[in-house]
Design a protein around this ligand. Structure first.
Ligand SMILES: C[S@@+](CC[C@H](N)C(=O)[O-])C[C@H]1O[C@@H](n2cnc3c(N)ncnc32)[C@H](O)[C@@H]1O
Length: 320
């Protein structure tokens, strides 16, 4: 397919993704078409060891190329993130002259959250810095940008660890990253957001805006969980508090004590809700990021549980 045809198809898909409303008839087909369009440009062989290899950073695991390429298929995740980015750029454009500057940390092989948005602005309106830690993934990203002729939107594209990346200019308006797993386990989302919060002004928009992890129970499989207590509301004020309290990258989170009248034997879960931006939410079972995470408490007194989020090679909540 020629560049003009690729772009026309991407534009059509992006129109469907950006339509208002939580769901509409053409949304899932548009995401299927998006996946098909991207796979016309790059083929990611599942059997190739290089495509399956995760990259370990000090504050979380970066999933391998094949897995990162699968993320775009999650219909509501992709829709809510793309719409959020579009909305945030619109808002920033109203406030400033010159291009809105977006830091996209953890692009995957397609920069899938940015491509549809690029179809609605000019390079004079928006400029991206693209960061990806996985070299194999990064190489494919270049093929995608070349195929759609989208390099004029990219001011920088680097292989880098976004948990420690130093910006050379604090004029970034928006940070977008989807480097998370359910309950903020394993992947480095929190460390990445904190690294940019420590370097950028307070009016920088962070996408997602807020991630809430709570302790929950569930009475019947598949039913809405019952929240017992929020364990972490990762939003601007928590990010700022951590930035103010921390020297370097030594992020430390408060202990949360949960006292309840729950009897021994009850199964506890960590539940995840995401405010991607403004009225774009992802709640229970909307996508893989909102699946409940089972936790082991059988050796503990359920009436008094203590939790703490820890940022290390495998981030997550410890319970004791
Ligand atoms: C969950 S995938 C999402 C891909 C794409 N943004 C999307 O939404 O479809 C996360 C991507 O972030 C990259 N990544 C993870 N940790 C990173 C880090 N510390 N620095 C830069 N990139 C990272 C992974 O290699 C992977 O390609």
């Amino acid at each position: 397919m020629e560049t003009t045809q690729l772009r026309e198809e991407l534009r059509r898909i992006s129109d469907e993704i950006l339509k208002p409303g939580d769901f509409h008839d053409q949304l899932a087909p548009a995401i299927t078409d998006y996946v098909a369009l991207l796979s016309k440009i790059v083929k990611i062989n599942n059997d190739d060891e290089l495509n399956r290899k995760h990259v370990q950073s000090e504050m979380g695991q970066a999933i391998g190329t094949f897995w990162a390429a699968q993320c775009v298929r999650e219909v509501l995740r992709t829709q809510r993130f793309v719409r959020s980015l579009y909305l945030a750029i619109k808002e920033k454009l109203n406030q400033k002259s010159g291009p809105v500057r977006v830091m996209y940390a953890g692009t995957g092989p397609f920069a899938a959250l940015a491509l549809p948005v690029m179809m609605h602005f000019s390079p004079a309106e928006v400029q991206f810095t693209l960061l990806e830690i996985n070299e194999q993934t990064y190489n494919l990203l270049h093929e995608v940008l070349d195929a759609f002729d989208l390099n004029p939107f990219v001011s920088k594209c680097e292989i880098a660890d976004a948990t420690v990346y130093q910006v050379d200019n604090s004029n970034i308006d928006i940070v977008i990253s989807e480097t998370m797993n359910r309950a903020l386990i394993k992947e480095p989302q929190v460390a990445i957001m904190l690294n940019f919060a420590r370097q950028l002004p307070l009016d920088t928009i962070f996408i997602p805006e807020e991630i809430n992890v709570g302790l929950s129970t569930q009475h019947k499989s598949g039913t809405e969980p019952k929240l017992i207590k929020h364990l972490m509301e990762f939003n601007t004020s928590l990010r700022q508090k951590l930035v103010d309290d921390t020297i370097g990258f030594n992020w430390e989170f408060d202990e949360v004590i949960v006292e309840s009248d729950i009897e021994k034997g009850e199964q506890f879960y960590l539940s995840t809700e995401i405010k991607v931006y403004k009225d774009n939410f992802l709640g229970f079972n909307d996508c893989s990021l909102n699946i409940l995470e089972r936790i082991k408490t059988d050796k503990l007194d359920p009436k008094k549980l203590k939790f703490r989020y820890v940022l290390k090679e495998t981030p997550g909540f410890i319970v004791y």
